[in-house]
Design a protein around this ligand. Structure first.
Ligand SMILES: Cc1cc2nc3c(=O)[nH]c(=O)nc-3n(C[C@H](O)[C@H](O)[C@H](O)COP(=O)(O)OP(=O)(O)OC[C@H]3O[C@@H](n4cnc5c(N)ncnc54)[C@H](O)[C@@H]3O)c2cc1C
Length: 578
């Protein structure tokens, strides 16, 4: 029998999205919880992220008079994911459970003082399907004054929102409006409001954070208040099994092995394997750790550890793609410029290395990057080229730089940013047949003139237009590539994380290949095979499920009998028993 150094009711591995949500449930039942985080910062990729959660039929939609129901959301998920094969993470029962628990979980978070709201307009990514929402089902945290965390402020992983935006401390939605500041009085007024809000915050000793840091900051605050024991620099290397039951974990303390027992169960919320090249080579060949924006702890060892004790895995070849463009130095930096929206904006298209368009550039980032990798099997398409005209550079962002600003000379010198006076000359610079590229651009311009993309139907979905420019007329996404000079930059199928992992059931319990439960072991987030299968229904389809299955796991663990680690389990005399 294992001698434990400490005993707890519930042990959580990793401080991801579901960890503190689960912890709050366990604490609300009067039980003890410890969260073990391997890095020096709390919050995982969730904290770095936009922090948006796709949670249909939520009370904020009702509040704002936006139509939704369990049946509508079910119809949408069935239409989107129902046809998928080989997706045991996305059974109809799990999808239904996800949708039915979402409003309850949000109500619970409300009781814990977590202030959430909805993104006012963020269409589902396949809003054209039955049950799709043109308004969107995305929930976000309200801005959070990170100073309320006291010393823990420095332990919260920062969000991806950096300079120049960070100076204005905008919400995610406000941030997305800012690039149009030269062209819109609405945005100019917004900037004035943000400056005033910033001044008031400074005078009041507040520091607003948004996105994932607001979400995880609020969760951390509630977790600390409720008495959850959160430890950083506490990597878990082993799940401790007795007679087939997970009874605890092995971590380290002061450099020594340290065994924590869990009376009610262990929840793994340790992220995916985006930072593990060996696992990428095995499961998502042709992709690189240099392409990911996932946080540094996303190294996959807990998925491997669960496999070691018999867990089934599925959907391991799936990633949440995120198209990126890497100016010099970006590859080795944490802040990789996303190209999301770039080629969905007017005056821009994406072509493969033969000079042909091959997708609706307005699709979701997952669909976009899948299309790139798929195309690359027959025509070189990694990287593909974003072809832009001078109107694009005047109006829209490029690789993190503001519209209309001079681009660094190094971008030209290194060959990253190509510039030419004609499409034919641009074609030569990117080693594409000039006649082919010219024909592609002329065909696209013809679609712009008739306001209809006959090849790929860009602009026929609410989401395509959301990604574009609502100030552009008549189409938010179609605009001719006609004004010299012309530009091109490479686009690669980067990612924000992986999307496959251990298979779990409707209670978030980890399953073996034969479908039986591994007692005592729960998992959530991207350590698991996604409930969305191989699809991304809308913004927040990673963080939403992480919270939700954490909530479900904790409800199940606290309503079940102890998994067998009773008070009589040996605990070292010198250790503190919580
Ligand atoms: C810039 C960016 C924006 C994004 N925006 C969104 C968005 O708005 N909505 C959305 O749904 N998705 C978004 N994503 C994707 C999403 O953030 C992640 O897929 C999701 O947060 C993963 O959450 P998780 O709970 O599974 O794990 P994480 O939040 O990554 O947490 C896992 C934690 O476990 C720790 N850990 C790992 N191994 C161990 C171990 N052995 N022992 C102890 N601890 C361990 C890690 O260090 C990490 O802190 C975004 C991603 C990025 C990079």
């Amino acid at each position: 029998m294992t001698v434990f150094d400490e005993m707890h009711d519930f042990v959580v591995v990793g401080s991801g999205g579901g960890s503190m949500c689960a912890g709050l449930v366990v604490r609300s039942e009067g039980k003890s919880v410890v969260i073990l985080e391997k890095t020096e910062l709390v919050g995982g990729t969730t904290s770095r992220s936009g922090g948006v959660m796709w949670l249909p039929n939520n009370p904020y939609m009702k509040r704002d008079g936006v139509d939704d129901s369990l049946d509508q959301a079910s119809a949408y998920l069935e239409a989107l994911c129902g046809e998928d094969r080989d997706t045991p993470g996305s059974t109809p029962a799990r999808r239904r459970r996800y949708l039915s628990v979402a409003p309850r979980m949000l109500a619970f978070l409300g009781t814990q003082g977590i202030k959430l709201t909805r993104a006012k307009y963020w269409p589902d990514y396949h809003d054209e399907l039955p049950g799709g929402s043109g308004q969107g089902r995305t929930v976000v945290a309200e801005l959070f004054n990170v100073n309320e965390l006291g010393d823990w402020k420095h332990k919260l992983r920062p969000t991806f929102i950096r300079a120049p935006y960070a100076l204005l401390q905008p919400t995610l939605e406000e941030m997305m409006e800012l690039p149009a500041y030269k062209r819109s009085w609405r945005v100019k007024l917004l900037i004035v409001r943000l400056v005033l809000r910033g001044l008031r915050a400074k005078l009041g000793g507040r520091q607003w954070v948004a996105g994932g840091a607001a979400l995880q900051g609020r969760m951390l605050q509630a977790a600390l208040r409720s008495g959850i024991d959160i430890r950083t620099d506490a990597p878990v290397s082993e799940l401790i099994l007795e007679a087939g039951v997970v009874k605890g974990v092995l971590t380290t303390r002061n450099g020594q092995p340290w065994r924590l027992g869990a009376r009610l169960g262990v929840l793994v919320n340790a992220g995916g394997f985006a930072r593990n090249q060996a696992m990428r080579d095995r499961y998502t060949p042709g992709t690189s750790v240099k392409w990911t924006m996932a946080a540094p702890g996303d190294t996959g060892e807990m998925i491997e550890e669960m496999m070691r004790i018999g867990a089934a895995v599925a959907q391991m070849d799936e990633r949440v793609g995120n198209q990126q463009t890497h100016p010099p130095g970006a590859e080795n930096s944490e802040a990789k410029p996303t190209a999301q929206g770039m080629t969905a904006s007017p005056h821009a298209i994406l072509v493969d290395q033969s000079g042909l368009r091959y997708m609706n550039e307005g699709g979701s980032y997952m669909a976009y990057c899948k299309a790139m990798l798929e195309r690359n099997k027959t025509v070189p398409a990694v990287p593909s080229w974003a072809v832009l005209d001078s109107q694009y550079l005047e109006k829209y962002m490029l690789a993190g730089t503001m519209p209309g600003t001079q681009k660094p000379q190094g971008w030209y010198d290194s060959g990253y940013l190509k510039k030419a006076d004609s499409i034919e000359a641009l074609a030569q610079q990117i080693s594409v047949d000039a006649a082919t590229l010219k024909a592609t651009v002329e065909r696209f311009n013809g679609f712009v003139a008739q306001n209809r993309d006959e090849d790929f139907h860009r602009g026929e979905r609410a989401y395509d237009n959301w990604l574009g420019d609502d100030l552009n007329r008549p189409s938010a996404t179609l605009g001719a590539i006609e004004r010299a000079p012309f530009y091109a930059v490479p686009v690669i199928p980067g990612d924000v994380g992986t999307y496959g992992g251990v298979v779990t059931d409707e209670e978030a319990r980890v399953l073996r290949e034969d479908g039986s439960v591994i007692p005592g072991l729960y998992a959530t987030g991207v350590s698991t095979a996604s409930v969305m299968g191989r699809k991304y229904p809308g913004a927040g389809s990673s963080v939403g499920p992480s919270f939700l299955w954490g909530y479900v796991a904790a409800r199940h663990a606290t309503s079940s009998d102890s998994h067998g680690v009773s008070a009589s389990v040996p605990v070292r005399a010198s250790s503190s028993v919580v």
